[in-house]
Design a protein around this ligand. Sequence first.
Ligand code: AMP
Length: 437
Amino acid sequence: MTKFSDLALSPKILEAVEAAGYETPTPIQKGAIPPALEKRDVLGIAQTGTGKTASFTLPMIQMLASGRARARMPRSLVLCPTRELAAQVAESFDTYSRNIKLSKALLIGGVSFKEQDALIDRGVDVLIATPGRLLDHFERGKLLLTGIEIMVVDEADRMLDMGFIPDIERIFSLTPFTRQTLFFSATMAPEIERITNLFLSSPARVEVARRATTSETVTQEVVQMKPSRRDRAAKEKRELLRAIIEREGEECRNAIVFCNRKTDVDIVAKSLQKHGFDAAPIHGDLDQPQRTRTLDKFRDGELRFLVASDVAARGLDIPRVSHVLNFDVPSNSEDYVHRIGRTGRAGREGKAVTISLPADEKLVGAIEKLITQDIPRVGNPMRAAAAKSEQPKRTRDRKKSQTSSLEAVGRRSGRTVGMGDHLPSFIAMSFKERAAV
Ligand code: AMP
């Protein structure tokens, strides 16, 4: 079995890895670290949750450990599709470079330019950025990319979804062609293939999981629901969501609830709060400090339900998420894989429950085809609850029908016993029958 010490990492880095509690390298780490340390380009086809962040941060730290950064000329660049992911990568650098002095700057929207400019002016070894913000800085003349020795593109498929590919191409062209490129994507869409052919030079290709496979430690379920009326579907879906949460009980330590639309993210979060659940929304329209606060609370276990849109949640590494609850079936099958990848991380157990309306069944079928796996349909917990609450009523009904049959007996017997034709059914019963009522 390959060990971290087999990967040509320096003792200081091995120490940091050990301190992080990692025992053995994950397949992407085994595959990507050695060629990266040989200064080769790497094309990593891996999803989040596979340990891919360490597969590029560890060799970068080692390679950047010698040498010094010059003012306004960062030595390396990591491009991430979202601010959250960029912040997470920055955290990884902090964790793994604890024994090595490296300067870094995080360029993300929602943070003041002034602070970021000051960092860049001093010179940084590692610049972690979202593409738009990086180009903003570049255009303001505050940043030169001609000193980039290593460039990382993380989650390229998400960059593609978000329309960042032209920005990425521009950034590539602003960096020296002698740079080393480490490029990561969960899937290889034709557009991604084109970019890699254009900007990577004979890369080591490391593919760790089949395209769009879901983790085996995640139990998946689809709860089918048929709204009583079309205009009640949203409300009934929120009721069902609560019923699912109740059904999961304490097993549902925390959950990310996914909605397809930002407006629904807000509505569902508010509705959960109104019903006494500890929930908060996260989507692209919320300001950065608010997003960071919510995320930190969720990470620290102070918030139980994070209601999210796909873009906001993509790539987030939140360990120990017990449940993913899909309020909507994602219209893009690959988003399903990314969503449920938020749970069952690093070999832990997780559960993903998806609410599906009759109109969504086609989408569920497409997901099943993509993951080459059938997702079990389970009973609607609301129907189960309704059946339970109906039980005493049915017993009552049974008694009622018993009574009416006795009335009929009384009527048939023609006994009047001085009470006219209105013989109370109770009197028409034998003692045995009365005791049974
Ligand atoms: P990533 O795919 O980079 O988002 O990483 C997913 C999770 O796996 C993170 O929480 C990492 O801290 C964790 N991780 C990374 N490498 C290892 C490893 N070799 N052993 C155990 N956990 C790891």
